[in-house]
Design a protein around this ligand. Structure first.
Ligand code: ADP
Ligand code: MN
Ligand code: MN
Ligand code: MN
Length: 339
């Protein structure tokens, strides 16, 4: 007997990478082997030396095919077995290991927008829908578009054993969010990439695409972000480390370094309007959804907890955002002796 393994990887498309996948039939009980693909078809190699290598790094039950079938998230390597230039997970592995003793964890809020053809789901063929106001966490056919896809996606994430922690309808019609975490840096990123694949795979069955574009509709419509919630053990136990982490994110050239790596098109979304801070001005504050980094009100009240970096775009690479936050904050916490 056999089982099916869906090998999933992140390609070389720029400015924003796409997910790719293909199926391998394996004998029952066989381990997941290293595999390969044609990198010249994914912007990862030249035609004359086109082979790239897939190394399985995370697998879970395939909630679509069921049975013993699995999803297999992979790192891309060259034939020399070194990380490919598009492999951002390799750098996170090193950073996560270096600061593992601080026990960093993340919860990422993935916003996205359904499109049918060239229009967000819920936008009429001509003109625009009613302005924003009733869509966020709304109910009813005049407010909500695509719930059947969202429910199917959530169930599939749960059946796959991914750390999805909730969903909600967002501020613009056809716009939704799911949250993954809290989990360690590598886990939250692997689960989020796998959940993104499941989202697109599920929407496909409905003839709908799910885009991570940061500003899917121009004008007075909210953009799509990936708020990144972060804590270390010290932050979960006290308030001084919370402030140290906020200040570290605002220190020197850090704001520029972070914003430049928080997803393509970030200037179009972080305008200072629509619950964002301007991309070129760093700020942090309690309960402030107009700040770059928010300290939730319960965290200030209880004097411990986590912080929310509101800047990352929906199209951010979780391997990159978690690496930068761990590196910046854990280095500062280390220096301050708050570990
Ligand atoms: P909001 O929409 O109010 O910004 P959400 O409820 O959508 O908040 O998301 C909050 C996220 O914070 C969740 O993904 C949750 O997993 C995460 N979170 C909660 N506690 C912690 C913590 N101690 N460290 C890191 N992330 C956390
Ligand atoms: Mn949220
Ligand atoms: Mn949101
Ligand atoms: Mn948020």
């Amino acid at each position: 007997m056999t089982y099916k393994a869906e090998y999933i990887w992140i390609d070389g498309t720029r400015p924003t990478a796409k997910l790719r996948s293909k199926t391998k039939i394996l004998a029952d009980g066989a381990e997941l082997p290293v595999w390969g693909f044609d990198g010249s078809s994914t912007s990862q190699a030249e035609g004359r030396s086109s082979d790239c290598v897939l190394r399985p790094v995370f697998s879970c039950p395939d909630p679509i095919r069921g049975g013993d079938d699995v999803l297999v998230l992979c790192e891309v390597l060259g034939t020399d077995m070194e990380p490919h230039v598009t492999n951002t997970r390799a750098a996170l592995r090193e950073t996560a290991e270096r600061f593992a003793a601080q026990e960093p964890v993340f919860g990422i809020e993935q916003e996205y927008t359904f499109f049918r053809g060239n229009r967000p789901l819920g936008f009429p063929e001509n003109g625009f829908p009613a302005p924003q106001g009733g869509y966020y966490c709304g109910v009813g056919a005049d407010e909500i578009f695509g719930r059947e896809i969202v429910e199917a996606h959530m169930d599939r994430c749960l059946r796959a054993g991914l750390g999805i922690s909730g969903i909600n309808a967002e501020v613009m019609p056809g716009q939704w969010e799911f949250q993954v975490g809290p989990l360690s840096p590598l886990e939250v990123s692997d689960h989020l990439w796998t959940a993104r694949w499941l989202l697109q795979r599920t929407a496909e069955e409905f003839g709908i695409t799910a885009t991570l574009a940061p500003k899917p509709a121009e004008g007075d419509w909210n953009g799509a972000g990936a708020h990144t919630n972060f804590s270390t053990r010290a932050m979960r136990e006290g308030y001084d480390p919370i402030i140290t982490a906020c200040k570290a994110l605002g220190d020197g050239d850090k704001p520029e370094l972070h914003v430049q790596n928080y997803g393509i098109g970030i200037e179009s979304r972080l305008t200072g309007l629509h619950e964002t801070a301007p991309w070129n001005e760093f700020s942090y504050g309690v309960s402030d959804r107009g700040a770059s980094v928010r300290i939730p009100w319960q965290v200030e009240a209880e004097k411990k907890g986590y912080i929310e970096d509101r800047r990352p775009n929906a199209n951010v690479d979780p391997y990159v955002v978690t690496r930068l936050i761990v590196d910046t904050c854990c280095t500062a916490l280390d220096k301050a002796g708050q570990v």
